[in-house]
Design a protein around this ligand. Structure first.
Ligand code: TXA
Ligand code: MG
Length: 320
């Protein structure tokens, strides 16, 4: 098993030696390597069993550093200054210093400035940026604690930097400025409305934009091993009395469930709190002996959209 700790110097030394280190961020934990070293980045794809066509996000210490690795248009600068550091990633034309393996051959690189003290300090110690996808085996739920990383990657990472539970709990918003519009590639804590208000530009979803969608938009992502169904919880409970059910709901407690079978993400109805707990709850349920996970549509606003997106990727179609 990989060691978990808070030793920044150890993490930095390993990264300088082209080894993998898991890093805490405010969204989810990342599996990091020197983004400028092909030798190091290859190890990320191997450890995660990630297809080589799925590009990685590059993490930098501050907005000013982005200029070293990518070209910024005025709108992208405006977005970066407003939402970074934070749960926000920009797709930008890359400089040649970023190896092609990082972007899976694309001329654009995804860049973000994480807002997590330990990881910012780590980036300050390093002379290079960090390529880091979420620190889970490809296709599984993203980790929001150091222990989640250890459970998923076993001994495939040299060191896991423990920064506690991720504050946001779902992956960053991914946006791209293109032809006077903003393309939203992935929903996250920074909303389309926030970007529209700031820039006055229209935000369009990647699926509706006339271009291939990001690999992160692939349908079979974030899936639990236990089949997950979404719909009318009361109805699905009634129709599946014979099964061992686990329910994930937003704020409402449902009738007819045994203790330990129900996970209310935020009894007080706070979507931020719900997002923070979502992935941990999916993992806890997956460790139990449940036949099925039943969940519902969350409110279509704020982090409810990111929750709906991730649950939508995890779900199996329900037939009554
Ligand atoms: O919150 C986050 O963004 C976390 C933390 C660790 O920073 N990272 C993360 O990475 O979620 P990952 O690899 O699990 O998801 C990154 C997504 C992928 O869906 C990938 O396809 C997309 O970003 N992406 C990365 N680079 C891209 C590029 N050059 N062009 C298009 N999509 C890109
Ligand atoms: Mg991921």
């Amino acid at each position: 098993m990989s060691q978990i700790g808070e030793n920044l110097l150890k993490a930095a030394t390993l990264l300088e030696a082209n080894e993998l280190v898991a890093i805490p961020t405010e969204t989810v934990y990342g599996l990091a390597a020197n983004a400028l070293s092909e030798t190091a980045v290859v190890k990320i794809f191997e450890a995660k069993n990630r297809p080589s066509f799925n590009p990685l996000i590059v993490h930098v210490v501050d907005v000013a550093s982005i200029h070293k690795y990518a070209d910024l248009d005025p709108i992208s600068i405006q977005l970066a200054e407003a939402f970074m550091p934070g749960p926000f990633t920009l797709l930008l034309p890359k400089n040649s210093i970023i190896p092609d393996i990082v972007t899976a051959g694309s001329s654009k690189v995804a860049i973000r400035v994480p807002n997590q003290m330990m990881t910012i300090k780590l980036l300050m110690l390093l002379k290079f940026p960090l390529a880091a996808p979420s620190a889970n085996p490809s296709g599984y739920v993203s980790p929001t604690t150091a222990l989640h990383v250890q459970e998923g990657l076993k001994n495939k990472v040299a060191y896991i930097l423990d920064g506690g539970q991720s504050e946001v709990g779902v992956e960053s918003t991914i946006a791209e400025v293109s032809d006077g519009k903003i393309i939203l590639h992935r929903t996250g804590a920074i909303s389309a409305e926030q970007m529209e208000q700031l820039t006055g530009l229209q935000v369009v979803n990647a699926e509706s934009a006339e271009r291939p969608s990001t690999a992160g938009q692939m349908k079979s992502h974030y899936a639990t091993k236990t089949p997950l169904y979404r719909g009318d919880i009361t109805k699905m409970i009634k129709e599946n009395q014979d099964k061992n059910l686990a329910v994930i709901s937003f704020k409402k407690q449902y009738d007819g469930l045994k203790r330990g079978h129900e996970y209310v993400l935020s009894p007080k109805g706070d979507l931020n709190e719900a997002a923070k707990h979502l992935f941990a709850v999916m993992r806890i349920i997956d460790e139990g002996q449940f036949d099925m996970i039943i969940t519902e549509l969350f409110p279509d606003k704020g982090l409810g959209r990111a929750i709906n997106d991730r649950l939508g990727r995890a779900q199996v179609m329900y037939k009554s």
